[in-house]
Design a protein around this ligand. Structure first.
Ligand code: DX5
Ligand code: ZN
Length: 222
């Protein structure tokens, strides 16, 4: 396992200062900008669409990491590719033909990601591992920022890392939900390499310092 990425989630950013907030975390060393798309059906919350992705794309040169918590994510493959999404991650429960959609995402030049809820077995990803550029393990139930990291996730992260290594997969292993100074070290030690952080960064007094702190907490993991 080498390298780590911090994906700053704009769900917790001040939307009226979005450009400034993105610049701030980019200058502080954030690696990706994470955009949470929610439709009010797959999760009980409503957020952003293609317009937001395009706006983020114009604001930064960092990869735009789009996480779809929507039913029928395939509906948005073309629109989000056109808007400039770099990573397109969806939940398997939201579509009938997971493998077909993963292929379609790659065909549109985006990295294909699959997101698993805390209660969704890893075996689901195992079946399509060769089609994955990224495996996202939810470490809270999706829908809202600032929830508490579910400790049982650590075992699943470890098993996912083992699976990726066993199969020779270079897919990113991303974790999302409740990542903070307190939890990032354990998640990294368990095998995650990409860390979504929303409230830990944007609700802090000094978001730039928080980005640096999160990275620092991982430095001692080899
Ligand atoms: C939650 C979203 C997350 C959210 C994480 O459903 O998928 O990306 O921004 O927020 P924090 O880091 O505050 O748990
Ligand atoms: Zn997310």
């Amino acid at each position: 396992m080498s390298g780590m990425r911090i994906a700053a989630s704009v769900l917790s950013a001040d939307l009226l200062q979005l450009e400034e907030q993105i610049r701030l975390v980019e200058d502080a060393g954030a690696d990706w900008i994470h955009v949470d798309v929610m439709d009010g059906h797959f999760v009980p919350n409503l957020t952003f669409g293609a317009g937001m992705i395009a706006a983020v794309r114009r604001t930064t040169t960092l990869p735009v990491d789009v996480h779809l918590m929507v039913e029928r994510p395939e509906t948005f493959i073309d629109a989000f590719a056109d808007a400039g999404a770099s990573v397109f991650t969806f939940h398997p429960e939201a579509t009938r033909h997971v493998q077909r959609q993963l292929e379609a995402v790659r065909q549109r030049g985006m990295l294909a990601g699959l997101a698993l809820n805390p209660g969704t077995p890893l075996g689901l990803a195992e079946e399509v591992l060769d089609d994955l550029d990224l495996l996202l393990l939810m470490t809270v139930n999706p829908g809202f920022p600032a929830q508490e990291f579910i400790p049982a996730s650590l075992g699943k992260i470890g098993r996912a890392r083992h699976l990726l290594e066993e199969r020779g997969s270079a897919a990113y292993l991303e974790v999302d939900g409740g990542i903070s100074r307190e939890t990032i070290f354990a998640a990294r030690s368990a095998g995650a390499d990409t860390f979504v952080a929303g409230s830990a960064i944007f609700a802090a007094d000094d978001p730039a310092r928080e980005v640096r702190e999160l990275r620092k907490r991982c430095l001692t993991v080899t």
